[in-house]
Design a protein around this ligand. Structure first.
Ligand code: SAH
Ligand code: SF4
Ligand code: F3S
Length: 465
């Protein structure tokens, strides 16, 4: 440690990869003496880790910056300096423009430059100037950042793949996260062991296209995600595995290899829940979106998954009102949802993003049409989610207890299908997987009760790295 302890606040928007990256940034800055701050008012540095995916997400940066500007002025009047850093996908997309619009920002860093953060912070703190890094060097990022070691809790994230080469017509991710890159399996396994040693019992493997994972091992062998999952499942102490987000085209390997689908059949630790974004149920719109698959392909993947793991539940992402989407196209999306039956879903009105092909397409859909379609789609998806939750009532379900609940004496866990489950149980059971009888289904969570004789189960063991 150099100098007196300083306080860091990291505010995170966007996807789970941003959550993971925020923890990495905090760990990278710990050697400079930064520990956690509870609020911007008592922080020496604030990092805003931003999301560019839809217009509303991007706007949050500038409203937050307005607030921080006032705090920065108040601190300056009291003779203190607070550093303001903008990270994440808006930083990557807008770089210089952020410094021009908000000159009180000290530091802007895109997601592929976080390994340079300690040096940037030291430089800015010394010189009083500003720093901007928006290079793409994903491999360097993972080599240079400290391994995730800080406890993330019972359920941890681990980035195995980053970036995207797919260039869907509507999406900024290929521009903000760069080309697709997979971490070597040895690095992933080492990080997973460290997470388990720090208390993780469930790991969610992250990637913008996580099922495109193709990590090269030291012996030159290229591992698929299926192979990686099998190796991770063998780690002592790791009870559950998940992965997100997947592209329908990468559920099978290039040569048609189905080891990922087979993992759903063969690896009990791999949870029977898959987030598989389809976006639209119309082949015409899928083609306009450059998704490069058809509705039939998606349905055939769903069938194969359900054959491999009959209790698998699916969630998905949908966009309504992509340029050119007609009433008939939208009806095809409704038909697909009715046919597949999803346990959960995210659905959005198409939001034009600067620099993406769809943003300048001539046939934009009016906002009121988008809003009406979204409402209709969400009504169906919500009804499906409720039906799925209701179907668990009365069943005995394995729940990984993860954290104290909102009320005293309560503990919160997750079912295999990612449903939050609340139960009255001793906190000593946190970190264990137990069978609970589901008594009630609420719209977004379940209530469970312990089975007779369970209260004496052993406290969680520690697993060494
Ligand atoms: N493969 C990525 C997808 C990230 S974006 C992943 O790792 O999750 C998450 C979802 O946001 C997409 O699946 C899509 O449904 C939605 N989305 C992306 N761009 C959008 C846009 N311009 N307008 C509305 N929704 C969008
Ligand atoms: Fe975006 Fe498409 Fe890549 Fe997903 S696959 S990150 S939606 S470009
Ligand atoms: Fe948002 Fe970037 Fe994730 S745009 S969704 S934070 S990859």
């Amino acid at each position: 440690m150099t100098g007196p302890a300083k306080k860091l606040l990291v505010k995170t928007w966007g996807c789970q990869m941003n959550v993971y990256d925020s923890a990495r940034m905090a760990e990278a800055l710990a050697p400079l003496g930064y520990g956690p701050a509870s609020a911007a008012e008592d922080a020496d540095m604030v990092i805003l880790n931003t999301c560019h995916i839809r217009e509303k997400a991007s706007e949050k940066l500038f409203s937050e910056l307005g607030r921080l500007r006032v705090i920065k002025q108040q601190q300056a009047a009291a003779g203190r300096r607070i550093l303001i850093a903008v990270a994440g996908c808006v930083a990557q997309a807008e770089g210089e423009a952020i410094l021009a619009r908000a000159p009180y920002v000290d530091l802007v860093t895109g997601p592929q430059s976080y390994q340079r953060l300690p040096e940037m912070v030291a430089r800015v703190a010394r010189s009083g100037g500003v720093a901007l890094e928006t290079d793409f060097a994903v491999a360097e990022k993972f080599d240079a950042l400290p391994e995730a070691r800080a406890p993330q809790g019972v359920s941890a994230f681990l980035t195995v793949q980053e970036g995207c080469d797919k260039f869907c017509s509507f999406c900024v991710v290929p521009y903000t996260r760069g080309a697709e890159m997979s971490r070597p399996p040895e690095a992933v396994l080492a990080e997973a062991r460290a997470l388990v040693a720090a208390g993780a019992r469930e790991i969610t493997l992250l990637g913008q296209n996580v099922n495109a994972y193709h990590g090269e091992a030291a012996d030159g062998a290229v591992w698929s995600l299926g192979r990686l999952i099998e190796a991770l499942a063998a780690l002592p102490g790791l009870l559950r595995l998940r992965y997100t987000t997947s592209h329908p085209n990468d559920m099978l390997g290039k040569d048609g290899a189905d080891d990922l689908i087979a993992a759903h059949r063969d690896v009990p630790a791999l949870m029977p829940y898959l987030h598989l974004p389809v976006q639209s149920g119309s082949d015409r719109v899928l083609a306009a979106m450059n998704r490069r698959h058809t509705v039939d392909h998606f349905l055939s993947i769903v069938d194969r998954l359900r054959d491999a793991r009959p209790d698998i539940a699916l969630s998905s992402d949908f966009i309504v009102g992509h340029p050119g989407e007609t009433d008939a196209d939208f009806k095809a999306t409704m038909d697909l949802v009715a046919r597949v039956k999803f346990a959960g879903a995210y659905s959005f009105m198409y939001s034009p993003r600067p620099g993406t092909p769809a943003a300048t397409a001539p046939n934009q859909v009016p906002d009121e049409v988008k809003a009406a379609r979204l409402q209709e789609l969400q009504a169906l998806l919500t009804a499906q989610q409720r039906a799925f939750n209701a179907a668990t009532v009365g069943r005995t379900v394995s729940v990984l207890l993860a954290a104290p609940g909102r009320h005293a004496g309560q503990v919160m866990g997750r079912s295999p299908w990612l449903q939050p489950v609340h139960v009255t149980a001793p906190e000593t059971l946190i970190g264990t997987e137990i069978a609970l009888r589901i008594t009630h289904a609420h719209p977004n969570s379940l209530a469970g009760e312990m089975l007779p004789g369970q209260a004496l189960a052993a406290a969680p063991q520690a697993f060494a790295a």
